[in-house]
Design a protein around this ligand. Structure first.
Ligand code: AMP
Length: 388
């Protein structure tokens, strides 16, 4: 039986999930065996397009032929030409989507083209339509476009009783920050407030670290020309992200660098990194405060019952620490990189169950999976109808 895919089409990384026979959402691996795929496209040559990790690595050697962060251009008139062909944000996103689904089909054997794609809660009609168009260009049947925080909360709600509760989803991804507050009543999610900063994300933490690493390298080696070596800066950028990730679990990271006969080993500690990037974290706290004010003003709600952390950047220990010390919350780190894709998979199945029930009644197999996933089909359909 073919089963729909849930796709988290992220600014920096994307992920795909589907439900297994027991109704549990499982993230599918891509053809490199990875659970997340960089949302990066490399126009390698005429008729040759590469998506994912190899494309991301190619930014070091061929930066002018690599497109990243295309999600920021959705719904705009942005375009770029490679080897005589013009690409829009939709068509670049379509290349990513096709790669994601081809990978999922190849590794699962589930030959489905039915998908639910998630978008930030602040995306307006234009951006949502552009996302849907990208799916269509990729040859996919887009069942629905769903807000990312709703998908994350839906995933959380499958294994936790959220009815009657007020949930705040704090989503710090690679290129964007979103905070959404929703309530759940009778299995239906109502988004009450969304706020965020569309140009604040893990990449900004990387950039601060690039500056620090470069300064230390130059002061240790005296190699002042390093700052003008584009390829070297790209290399530091890749290493800065690796360093940042390592510092989420390690207290310090050593970084050997070499250029033009010079070499140095830079050491960065977690405390230094946290101090360096404190203003960025403070920006997320200010936006969260603003969302809470709006929640009180518009809905008279002053208590948050659950805080869900979403987005790879919430793995930085400083994030839950700041939320705990500022607001007294105990945030749940619940699959931060994968919650959105998994929630989208739950949603996708609910949508398929609902659609096929309307046509001809569900097959026993589909109904069983939906029941195992504790899916309230009518509730999912209600969200689907509201959100698309
Ligand atoms: P997302 O768009 O939600 O996949 O988030 C991707 C962002 O999360 C990127 O900026 C990654 O560098 C960042 N990220 C992923 N894993 C970690 C980690 N362990 N520690 C810090 N940041 C991470």
């Amino acid at each position: 039986m073919s089963r729909p895919f849930g796709i988290d089409l992220g600014t920096t990384y994307s992920a795909v999930a589907t439900l297994d026979d027991s109704g549990t959402p499982r993230v599918t691996r891509n053809e490199n065996g990875e659970e997340t795929t960089p949302s990066v496209v490399w126009f390698e040559g005429p008729g040759s397009v590469v998506v994912g990790s190899t494309a991301k690595e190619s930014a070091v050697v061929d930066p002018d032929s690599v497109i990243s962060l295309v999600k920021r251009q959705m719904g705009t008139t942005w375009s770029q030409t490679f080897f005589g062909d013009k690409y829009t944000a939709e068509s670049v996103s379509a290349l990513i989507l096709r790669n994601l689904v081809d990978g999922a089909v190849a590794t699962t054997g589930n030959d489905s083209r039915d998908v639910v794609i998630t978008v930030p809660a602040y995306f307006g009609q234009l951006e949502r339509e552009a996302t849907k168009a990208a799916g269509v260009i990729a040859g996919l049947n887009v069942l629905s476009i769903v807000p990312e925080p709703v998908a994350a909360a839906l995933h959380y709600g499958v294994s936790n009783d959220v009815d009657g509760r007020t949930i705040l989803v704090f989503d710090l991804g690679g290129g964007t920050f979103d905070v959404s507050v929703m309530t759940v009543a009778d299995g239906k999610f109502h988004v009450l407030v969304t706020d965020g900063d569309a140009s604040l994300g893990g990449t900004d933490w990387d950039n601060d670290l690039v500056q620090l690493i470069l300064e230390r390298y130059v002061s240790e080696t005296g190699d002042v020309d390093a700052a003008f070596d584009e390829q070297f800066i790209q290399e530091i950028t890749t290493k800065a992200e690796q360093t940042k990730k390592a510092l989420s679990t390690a207290e310090q990271k050593r970084l050997p660098l070499r250029r033009d006969g010079n070499s140095a080993t830079i050491v960065v500690t977690r405390t230094e990194f946290t101090d360096l990037t404190r203003p960025l974290l403070q920006d997320t706290i200010s936006v969260t405060r603003r969302a809470l004010s709006t929640l009180e003003e518009k809905h008279g709600i002053t208590t948050i019952d659950e805080v869900i952390l979403v987005g790879g950047s919430t793995r930085m220990p400083a994030v839950p620490e700041a939320l705990a010390s500022t607001f007294g919350w105990s945030p749940k780190v619940h699959d931060p990189d994968l919650a959105v894709a998994k929630g989208a998979a739950v949603f996708a199945l609910g949508r398929q169950v609902h659609a096929s029930a309307e046509r001809s009644g569900n097959s026993a197999a589909v109904t069983a999976i939906a029941q195992n996933a504790r899916l309230d089909v009518s509730a999912v359909a209600a969200i689907a109808n509201k959100e698309t």
